[in-house]
Design a protein around this ligand. Sequence first.
Ligand code: ZN
Length: 195
Amino acid sequence: MSLLYAEDMGGDEVADEETNAFVQWRHAPPAQWRFCPLCRADLVDRSWDGKVRRYCPNCGFVYWERPLPAAAAVIVRAERPSEIVLVRRRYPPEEGQWTLPGGGIEAGESVIEAAQREATEETGLLITIDCQLGTWSTPTKETVVTFFVAHPLTDSLNAGTDAIEARWFTLEEAPRLAFSTHRDALVRFIQRRGN
Ligand SMILES: [Zn+2]
């Protein structure tokens, strides 16, 4: 799976058809939910505690909209602690830009399992988690990302299908990351290292 971060992408500023298709797949605002997924009746707006939600008057289904959970990793090696793995995105949003390896948590997996799976999918590395850096909401509040520090159990770095490229960067030469949550996590990682 690719990264599912919606930040820096206002819904009204969709750039092209491909991006639009991605947005539709990624996240549908409540107003776009037209029919009940259980009984196919028309959904209507109904207010709970001052917040409007889509509601099915036929069977009682309510669309409780929540942020999407995601996980990402700062991968470091003990013998080269000033280098991290970055991946270059193949797909929107922010295709062609660099990020930490990560992505959406699938149903049935833990946040740690998601970080490990995404790292393997995007970099070819098997990783083990050392500690948690923190959790950030994206600027649009649509996604919540938990960042870990991890180290690789394997050597060969290979970009997966979602990535154009995966490579080691020193912290000094690392390019600006595409997402503010990733930038914030990297700042905290550097602060914790004491650099
Ligand atoms: Zn229904």
